[in-house]
Design a protein around this ligand. Structure first.
Ligand code: TRP
Length: 452
């Protein structure tokens, strides 16, 4: 993303790689490597994987195209896009929903990023090599339920976000352009390593064999939430990024490439984690702590484990940064472009709000563990409400807006770059936006409310 944000002087992404790096940078993050394995583990493995795959292809890609179309045709943030493309209708509430979700997500995301930083620091000093899985289990519980250390890491992580947001995102983009391919290569190495473990066949069977009886409304809802979360959909993140696309960016192709890379990273994460769970003896249903208990065990068994571990957690921090920057950017562009606030003040306000939420979310593993809302801790509540409720509702509104409200010609011009490209994905995208997405999302909501 560029550092110029005023509407009239928007700077565009110069290259195709720039476009891809920004969208993939936003999409690939803790959602793939931390959230996907824990959600898949909790919801029957293969069944979850299959639903997630179907939703990503049939709902995720079309909504990603819709967000790209809204952003590039309006050249503005999500609120401005609704206003410019439908001047006579009031879509402000949806815009507010998007901005509000973008405000909440860093509240739990920064906590997990903080854990990642702790694991990086401990690996770098060689203190994370503890041996058996139980030790990592104990280590994680003691660390996450303590008060100060997690909070210090959260402060450092949000501080880093603040500095990048104020100083411009060029540096982090350049760093991630070089380092994300390294993360990719490392994931491949770890995946091969996991496939050679004793529990490999059990782990891969769990991940890839859909147990039909495990597909219930909670699996389907979680898989839907995961595909939205992982693709950064439903709150206008990709709309804001697409407002910087050049006129020659191919929307359909960018959406498909982003979604495929995102899926591949999540699948690699699963291939790395599950064989290890079955080899070292952990529980697939460990929840948010799953990856933090299993990964160090994998590194423990590798030669130069501490080096691998430090390198991996470092790259994961970088991947998280490119994702959180994209969330903060939604709120900041909203405050600057819609509310006339200075970028500096908007950034201070946004980062402070994220910090307050993250502090409460982090304490909900320790001193505030008893404070349950709908029988969920504050951390899990933020995670559940945003991913499984707010993002799909945002996505539903975006699908309806693109499918029914804006001029069909805008969709055609945007998808074909003014008639220069073959409209390969156009009919499917329109069909999905008009019928498939609204229907599927509504049905999933209704079934999870046990109405049908
Ligand atoms: N997709 C990112 C991940 O997988 C998280 C993320 C970034 C996100 N921007 C978002 C999620 C916007 C939802 C909406 O880690």
């Amino acid at each position: 993303m560029t550092s110029t944000h005023k509407t009239p002087s928007r700077t565009l992404f110069a290259t195709r790689i720039g476009v891809l790096a920004a969208t993939v940078g936003s999409a690939v993050g803790l959602g793939n490597i931390w959230r996907f394995p824990y959600e898949a583990g909790a919801h029957g493995g293969g069944a979850f994987m299959l639903c997630n795959l179907v939703f990503t292809l049939l709902i995720g890609i079309p909504i990603l195209c819709a967000e790209f179309i809204l952003g590039r045709s309006s050249r503005s943030n999500v609120m401005g896009a609704f206003r410019k493309l439908a001047p006579r209708q009031n879509w402000r509430p949806v815009g507010y929903l998007c901005v509000f979700s973008a405000l909440l997500i860093p509240g739990f995301y920064s906590v997990v990023a903080g854990w990642t930083m702790e694991y990086f620091a401990q690996s770098a000093v060689g203190a994370l090599d503890l041996g058996a899985v139980e030790h990592y289990h104990e280590y994680f519980d003691t660390f996450s339920s303590s008060v100060w250390t997690p909070l210090i890491w959260i402060a450092i992580f949000i501080g880093l976000n603040f500095v990048i947001l104020i100083c411009g995102t060029r540096g982090i983009e350049r760093a991630s352009n070089i380092l994300m391919p390294v993360l990719f290569v490392i994931l491949i190495i770890f995946a091969v390593n996991s496939m050679c473990m004793d529990g490999a066949s059990e782990g891969l069977y769990f991940l890839f064999h859909p147990d039909w009886s495990a597909i219930d409304s909670s699996t389907v809802l979680s898989a839907l939430g995961q595909s939205f979360f992982s693709l950064s959909l439903g709150l206008g993140c990709m709309t804001t990024y697409a407002s910087y696309f050049s006129d020659s960016t191919r929307i359909g192709r960018s959406a498909v490439t982003t979604a495929c890379l995102d899926l591949i990273v999540a699948i690699f994460a699963g291939v790395i984690i599950f064989p290890a769970v079955f080899t070292y003896g952990g529980s697939v249903e460990a929840g948010p702590k799953l990856v933090f208990e299993i990964l160090p065990g994998i590194f423990h068994h590798l030669p130069f484990g501490a080096v691998w571990s430090a390198l991996f957690f470092f790259l994961l921090i970088l991947a998280s940064l490119t994702s959180t920057i994209s969330m903060h950017e939604i709120v900041i562009t909203f405050l600057t472009e819609e509310k006339g606030m200075s970028r500096r003040n908007a950034t201070i306000l946004e980062c402070s709000a994220a910090f307050v939420l993250a502090v409460i979310a982090s304490l909900s593993f320790g001193p505030l563990a008893e404070m349950k809302i709908f029988s969920l801790s504050f951390f899990s509540l933020l995670d559940f409400i945003t991913s499984n409720v707010m993002l799909p509702i945002g996505g539903l509104c975006i699908a309806i807006f693109a499918g029914y409200v804006i001029d069909r010609n805008i969709i055609r011009t945007q998808m074909t770059n003014n008639g220069r490209l073959h409209p390969t994905l156009l009919p499917l995208t329109i069909f999905s936006l008009r019928y498939l997405c609204p229907l599927a999302i509504l049905l999933i909501f209704l079934s999870s409310l046990s109405i049908i």
